[in-house]
Design a protein around this ligand. Structure first.
Ligand code: ADP
Ligand code: MG
Length: 268
């Protein structure tokens, strides 16, 4: 296990049309940590994630993944190390059957039978998809929650060290979202999760990175940043519901503002 599986130094990125999407990003992701990546729309979350498995290459600055500095020559090693689950399953699932979707990554890695079927079965089991029930189904006919599981299985089948997910709970109904949270919590992998779902971030992630206009504006304990409404407001974010509603207050939620508490007591 690598001590810091992902290390980013002075990373900046400008799209072809001149949009500056990332500016001087410096970050370390520690092994086995689950980290939330939050920020308003357009703050650079997806652009940063696309860098982590080499779909975008650093223009300025550098990324080290495992023992490999990211360059065009190390892409194979990088993609074996970091698995990216796209926001939209349609971008990831395009084969006729679930079996083929999950086998696609390991096949590209050169995994052959009988190891291949074993990888597919294990990955499907890890995400709670019954092999016999789902292997021959077509991903496009599955529910959003099932599709998300297939997409995650396809990445897990490549046996990455780091799992990177772009807004995994978006578009899921509450039950599927809850199951996803349980699934991610059960996977013993380093994870970086870009999300607008701050309650999920609070549930799953000990650390949080906040992006504002392409810059890292906070990196530290999740509870510290999510319990600071003024800071969140500055970056067009809102506190998690469990902090924002006094009557839902959980025992350990820090620093609700005193007026809110007082009014809750008056009401209660
Ligand atoms: P987020 O995922 O946080 O919503 P993105 O990384 O998608 O943010 O976008 C960061 C910035 O880069 C935004 O200003 C967005 O408009 C811009 N951007 C994203 N993709 C492209 C692209 N393909 N071409 C030009 N600009 C882009
Ligand atoms: Mg995005």
């Amino acid at each position: 296990m690598h001590h810091n599986p992902i290390s980013i130094t002075d990373l900046s990125y400008v799209y072809e049309d001149g949009t500056q999407a990332l500016q001087e990003i410096n970050l370390e992701i520690k092994a086995t940590e689950r980290v939330a990546l939050i920020g308003a729309n357009g703050s650079g979350k997806s652009t940063l994630l696309l860098h982590l498995n080499g779909l975008l290459l650093p223009q300025t600055g550098g990324i080290v993944v495992g023992e490999h500095k990211m360059t065009p020559k190390t892409l194979k090693e990088i993609r074996n190390f970091v698995g990216l689950v796209f926001q939209n399953p349609d971008d990831q699932l395009f084969m006729p059957t679930v079996w083929e979707d999950v086998a696609f990554g390991p096949l590209n890695q050169g995994v052959e039978e009988p190891g291949l079927t074993d990888r597919v079965k294990r990955a499907m089991a890890a995400v709670g998809l019954d092999f016999h029930r789902y292997a021959e189904r077509t991903a496009s006919n599955l529910s959003g929650g099932e599709q998300k599981r297939v997409a995650i299985a396809g990445v897990l089948a490549m046996q990455p060290q780091v799992l990177v997910l772009d807004e995994p709970s978006a578009q899921l109904d509450p039950a599927a979202r809850r199951q996803l949270i349980e699934l991610l919590g059960s996977l013993p992998l380093t994870q970086l999760i870009a999300t607008h779902d701050l309650d999920m971030a609070l549930d799953l992630c000990s650390s949080t990175i906040v992006l504002g206009q392409g810059r890292v504006v906070f990196s530290g304990p999740t509870e510290q940043v999510l319990s600071n409404p003024e800071f969140l407001d500055r970056y067009s974010l809102e506190p998690p519901l469990c902090y924002a509603r006094p009557y839902c207050q959980i025992e350990h939620a820090p620093c609700l503002s005193t007026p809110a508490l007082a009014s809750a007591e008056r009401m209660g």
